[in-house]
Each structure stands twice: as C-alpha cells, then as structure tokens.
Design a protein around this ligand. Structure first.
Ligand SMILES: Cc1ncc(COP(=O)(O)O)c(C=O)c1O
Length: 332
C-alpha cells in the first residue's frame, strides 16, 4: 500500500476519528491569526526572506540573520538541502519520514538507511550526509546528548529536520549546538503554530549553504509567501510560551494513551505521534478504519508490523478512538 492509496481509502471511509496525517488540532495563536488579517502587502520580497523575518528567527536560534533563509515550509527547506548535497552519500534513519523519499524520488537521488536500535535510537557509524529528524516522526524518539555527539562526529554534514523541536517532553539537543559549521537546521511553523497550510519555515545554516538555499528558492518559489513571513515574524517571540503550552497539551495525550491504549509502544520524547507494535499493520489499519478511526500502516515509514497514531484530537475524543483501536487491533 502506498501513501496515496491509503489516503484514498481513508477519504472513502470518512472515519469519525482522523488520526492519520499530522494536521494539528490545537488552535493557532490568536495573535498570528490577527496579524494575518491585518496584512495588505502582497509584493515580492528577497529570495532569502524578508529582513524582519530573518532577524526574528535569528534571535530565537541565536544565529546571524545571514544564516537564516525563509522557505515555503519544512519540506521545501529539506528539498533545497537535499538538492545542495545531491552529489554526496545521503543517509537517513529508519523508520523514516516518507517525505524524504518523495524528495529523493523526484531528484533521482539514492537515500541510504541506518536502522533505529533500542528505543529507536540508531548507531551512527557510517560516513555521509545525514538527514535526521528529532523529535522523530513517526516514533517520537529524541537523541540523548551522547548520541548527538556520535552523529556530528561521524557525519560529513547533518541536515537536521527540527520541525518538532518545540514539542518536547525531555531535553532536546540540536546537532547545531555541538557543531554549528557542519549542520543545517530545517525549521517550520506548521506544527508549532498549527498552521501547516501557511507554508512558512526557515533554514538556519552556515552562510555558504544559506546562500545556496536562497538560490534554490529563486529557482522554485522565488520567495516564501511574504504576507505569511511578515505575520510570523511578528509572533516569533511567542515561541517559548507556545512551546511550553503545546508540549503540555500533547504530553497529556501521551499519558492518556499510556493509560488506555493496550498496545506496546516506546514512550515518545517529543512530537505528537505513537508508533505501537500491532503485528500486522495493514490488517490493523483496515480494522481500525472499519471501526471509525484512521491511523497509518508502519510500512509507509519503512516498518511493517507497527502503526502510526497522530494525537491530533482532544482527550475525550482520543479516549473513544483508543477504545476502538484496542478492539480493532487486538489490544482487547
Ligand atoms: C518530519 C517532518 N519533516 C517535515 C515535515 C514537513 O512539514 P511542513 O512542510 O509543513 O513544514 C513534516 C510534516 O509532517 C514532518 O513530519
């Protein structure tokens, strides 16, 4: 089963609970909605991003504005970086975010896999350019500091997909903290502000790489949406508070799952997904769908036998969904 077939099946079934794609249900910050309403300037802007956007993001990431480039969402930033490193050996960890293979596929690139070990934490031993994602989709794993060190020591360069860095239940260490000259961070406002349709993110990278990302922008979207950049720039200072609030909300959902979902899963350190073992992922997907809950088969993430559950409903509704999943997937 591929992603489009799975989504078509879900669309046809019209389930009562949509716990499949990672579309956050928490409302966006009212300040951002207000800022978007007030915007009346729709002109082009520089390909590297509006100065106010680059400055605001640079402050949060303790970077220089020259190291920040606005992109049209995290996936666009990832595409830019995978293009820039297209002639090198590209590696990612398994289970993986399928978007990396969408990008590699259209560019005709090979993407090697490093298997996740205990608690979904891989051993980093192979040389190459790594595309890593922590907190991880689909497992929720977060690398301990020692593993981040192992990664930056072995990697020729790291493309660090940090789009869930503000949804964490444990200490998060960015590879960029340990080795700023060999890491590009991909950040996105999609999940933290619950605005995946806005299409704004940022790449924070050494200047020579940042310039190449701006060049990729020029060749593709020219410039990330300027009204959205302007609105986001005005609320970037809310990130620490927002991060605390949404991390608490998602953690409550994880705790509810630990209490009520009768499936075995490694407790996530961040993001808003569970990746439990079910034995037969396609059968579980089909049975859960029949019972009114859409989840995703782990085979889409490179791991048959598991399913991914996105915690994107309020607790009361999740309780009902977990009960249906328990019955459908053998948890009792
Ligand atoms: C790991 C990961 N990276 C990147 C993305 C892309 O997000 P966006 O392009 O909306 O910023 C997603 C979205 O689900 C994701 O889970």
């Amino acid at each position: 089963m591929d992603f489009s077939l799975v989504l078509r099946r879900i669309g046809e079934a019209a389930p009562r609970h949509r716990l499949d794609i990672g579309d956050p249900d928490l409302p966006p910050p009212p300040e951002l909605v207000e800022a978007l309403r007030g915007g009346g300037d729709f002109r082009y802007g520089p390909s590297e991003g509006l100065p106010e956007f680059r400055e605001a993001v640079a402050e949060v990431f303790k970077a220089d504005p020259g190291e920040v480039v606005a992109v049209a969402g995290g996936r666009h930033g990832l595409a830019a970086l995978m293009w820039i490193f297209r002639k090198r050996r590209l590696l990612t960890t398994s289970p993986f975010y399928p978007g990396y293979f969408d990008i590699a596929g259209v560019f005709g690139l090979e993407l090697g896999l490093v298997e996740g070990g205990d608690g979904w934490i891989p051993n980093f031993a192979e040389r190459g350019v790594y595309v890593v994602n922590y907190p991880n989709n689909p497992t929720g794993a977060v690398l301990p500091r020692g593993k981040v060190r192992e990664l930056v020591d072995v990697a020729e360069f790291v493309i660090s997909d940090e789009i869930y860095r503000d949804i964490v239940f444990t200490e998060f260490v960015s590879p960029a903290e340990l080795s700023p000259s060999s890491v590009a961070v991909v950040y996105s406002f999609s999940k933290v502000f619950s605005v995946p349709g806005l299409r704004v993110g940022a790449v924070i990278a050494p200047r020579d790489i940042a310039r190449e990302v701006a060049r990729f922008n020029r060749a593709t979207v020219n410039v990330a949406p300027t009204p959205a950049q302007r609105a986001v720039a005005s609320v970037v200072h809310l990130l620490p508070r927002r991060s605390r609030e949404i991390s608490q909300a998602y953690l409550r959902r994880v705790e509810l799952a630990s209490a009520e979902l009768r499936l075995r899963f490694t407790r996530p350190g961040g993001a808003f997904y569970l990746f439990p073992w079910v034995g037969d992922d396609v059968k579980c997907f089909e049975s859960a769908l029949e019972a009114g809950v859409s989840i995703l088969p782990g085979s889409l993430y490179g791991r048959g036998g598991y399913v991914r559950i996105a915690l994107v409903e309020p607790e009361e509704r999740l309780r009902e969904a977990f009960s249906a999943i328990n019955k459908a997937c053998g948890g009792g």
